[in-house]
Design a protein around this ligand. Structure first.
Ligand code: NAP
Ligand code: F7E
Length: 329
């Protein structure tokens, strides 16, 4: 039974990847940081099947100790400060987690067992002010936020450890991927959650920033499959993972609200405070290398994604309403 360590196991991708690896017969070690209140919402259903261990990307010794204790064959580094607006207000902390954290983990691998296979969660945010359309593995980076800049560092330090120490280290340049487990602060889930709440009479407006930016949105469950595939190849390489389609925030609104027969324009309020100091206007990826070499392709379309997220939010709020009604009866 192979052993895999996942940092960021409590996040959206960590929870789906843990499910996938358990299905493949892995022993899964999930690294979580110490907090005064535990939040295992996304992994509660598999909590008994995972070994949870405390560690922090800010603490080198914790990483070394975990590798020494569990001796994983694969390490998936999904932990990060991943919200772009927070990276503008906490740029140094974002750099510590999202950039230097990668070096701490790679160094721990180099010291404990350089034969460990390593996956780094790189991001389409590295392309920022895009130099070409669509973006490929060869497109130059031009990050537009402290988050994007930190991910560029994480990306290149991964390449550097591969080339310097012959570590099997891959970087997946993943474009936006979403699901009902997406954090509520990200625009897709903010929209689908609002559509569901408005439909049920629980809210009457949705405040948003820039509606014109365009993203290549896919389904998170598809994207964690690509992570695993990257670590099963003969040699370590970097891959773009994307759907190849781009849509605006406006189109995501249209798709989500029309699914519950609402006109989004009646509810959306544009809020200047939600604009970013610098924006990424357009992202669209070319995942043909992943298709060719990994046999990977997305299975969920843009409109299926919006609809499955709205349906999940509707089901959640209907359950909450029934529970509240029962407890007040
Ligand atoms: P997410 O839901 O925000 O999850 C981030 C995870 O990192 C959480 O489990 C969080 O733990 C953990 N974490 C944060 N700081 C940590 C620290 N100092 N030490 C240990 N753990 C820490 O992110 P996601 O959407 O699943 O994304 C996974 C990774 O892919 C991230 O690196 C993200 O930047 C990258 N990425 C995401 C996308 C996307 O569209 N989703 C696209 C490209 C790349 P807590 O639960 O304690 O907060
Ligand atoms: O914003 C616009 C916003 O926060 C998408 C992270 O997973 O994907 C994610 O980063 C767009 C931006 O994702 C609101 O200005 C408008 O243009 O959902 P988002 P992101 O910034 O693209 C990449 C690949 C990552 O790696 C990141 O970790 O939507 N937008 N109004 C808004 N965005 C938010 N969050 N909230 C709004 O009210």
């Amino acid at each position: 039974m192979p052993t895999a360590l996942i940092t960021g196991v409590t996040g959206q991708d960590g929870s789906y990847l843990a499910e996938l690896l358990l299905k493949q017969g892995y022993k899964v070690i999930g690294m979580v940081r110490r907090t005064s209140t535990i939040n295992f919402d996304r992994i509660r259903h598999i909590q008994d099947e995972i070994e949870i261990v405390q560690g922090d990307l800010l603490d080198q010794m914790s990483l070394i100790s975990i590798l020494q204790a569990y001796r994983p064959q694969e390490v998936y580094n999904l932990a990060a400060q991943s919200f772009v607006p927070t990276s503008f207000t906490q740029p140094v902390l974002t750099g510590e987690f999202t950039a230097l954290g990668v070096t701490r983990l790679l160094d721990a691998i180099r010291i404990v067992d350089p034969s460990i296979r390593f996956y780094q969660a790189s991001s389409s945010e590295m392309f920022g002010k895009v130099r070409e359309v669509p973006q490929t593995e060869r497109t130059p980076f031009y990050p537009r936020s402290p988050y994007g800049a930190a991910k560029v560092y994480g990306h290149w330090i991964t390449v550097n450890y591969r080339e310097s120490y012959d570590i099997y280290a891959c970087s997946g340049i993943l474009f936006n991927h979403e699901s009902p487990r997406r954090g509520l602060e990200f625009v897709t889930h903010k929209i689908t959650n609002a559509a569901a709440r408005i439909k049920l009479g629980l809210a009457d407006e949705l405040r948003l920033g820039n509606l014109d930016s365009r993203r290549d949105w896919g389904y998170a469950r598809d994207y964690v499959r690509a992570m695993w595939l990257m670590l099963q190849q003969d040699s370590a390489e970097d891959y773009v993972v994307a759907t190849g389609e781009t849509h605006s925030v406006r189109e995501f609104l249209e798709e989500s609200f029309s699914h519950v027969d609402l006109d989004w324009e009646a509810y959306v309020v544009q809020d200047d405070s939600l604009y970013r100091p610098a924006e990424v206007d357009l992202l669209v990826g070319d995942a043909s290398k992943a298709g060719r070499q990994l046999g990977w392709e997305p299975t969920v379309s843009f409109s299926e994604l919006a609809r499955l997220m709205v349906d999940a939010d509707l089901a959640y709020w209907e359950r909450r309403q029934r529970r509240d009604a029962a407890s007040s009866a």
